[in-house]
Ligand binder design. Sequence first.
Ligand SMILES: Nc1ncnc2c1ncn2[C@@H]1O[C@H](COP(=O)(O)OP(=O)(O)OP(=O)(O)O)[C@@H](O)[C@H]1O
Ligand SMILES: [Mg+2]
Length: 341
Amino acid sequence: MPKSREWAVEAHGLVKVFGDNRAVDGVDLSVRTGTVYGVLGPNGAGKTTTIRMLATLLKPDGGDATIFGHDIRREPQIVRQLIGVTGQYASVDETLSATENLVLFSRLNGLSRADSRRKSAELLEEFGLSEAAKRPLKNFSGGMRRRLDLAASLISQPPLIFLDEPTTGLDPRTRAQMWDTIRRLVATGSTVLLTTQYLDEADQLADRIAVIDRGIVVAEGTADELKGSVGSSSLLLKLADAANLERARLAILDVLGVESVLSPEAGRITAPMSDPDTVTDLLLRLRQEGIAVAELSVQQPTLDEVFLALTGHSATEEEEADAAAAEAEAGNPERELEDAR
Ligand SMILES: Nc1ncnc2c1ncn2[C@@H]1O[C@H](COP(=O)(O)OP(=O)(O)OP(=O)(O)O)[C@@H](O)[C@H]1O
Ligand SMILES: [Mg+2]
């Protein structure tokens, strides 16, 4: 395989500045052809901005990138022929029906009238939208719109497909359908670069993952490598009395030897755990200290834990900081818990 076809995306030091906000601050990405690559990060991390630069929709302020060896700055027309972009928000026409939308996209893609009809019907069937095909789009649910949006971007199944948070806000069943579709796309020769806020989604779909935070790639690797950085599983603890949260965190630090993530509004603690056997020790310790447990489970690490492990701060820290400031004004004691971290 010539070098230019081996890598669907090669980006070096991509930068985008909005005012004094360095939304993307030197991002490197290498996406191997024929794989699914996940860009994982919280709100405002710079995921959409990165995709928009790679898709030639936004001019980078620094760095460079190639798509199948073609430079996004010097060869944008060629790049555009190689990619499909599905936005975070559906980009289909409200006033048309699902069929009309897809036929329109097909015609714009140079298909004949008959081929447009056939292709549209196929896609509506595949996305479970046949029933709703003739209905006006304004009656579509969010999930139906999202599926139609993805269908529209697949009319000319491009070699590289950018999917910006393809499953945010979808119910579990629709989400699973999307995952199947994405897998099928890759099985039939496309490369997919998707963004997500969900570790489990990146875990299920992506061959490699870049974790992005405040415009910077803070970690890159396979899902297993990332999870390895936070322990193989995660302990979730809910206390009967939220007043004991901080004492419970100290016990976790002592018994498991790890920092835990506190979610005061939910009265929950999560902590990375490499050996599930140690849960017993922790429970004994909590009983000794008279800390009653309302709920306990062992699950996959959350994005928040990956973040804490990788960056030393929580993925939702900014929102928490805002909430903490509001609480401080109201004299809420939970503020002290936040400060103590
Ligand atoms: N057109 C714009 N003008 C000014 N600021 C922008 C613009 N687009 C994005 N930003 C800012 O750049 C930063 C990164 O935004 P971006 O949309 O890339 O994040 P994201 O990772 O896609 O987040 P989300 O998960 O919420 O979609 C944010 O601080 C955002 O406010
Ligand atoms: Mg976004």
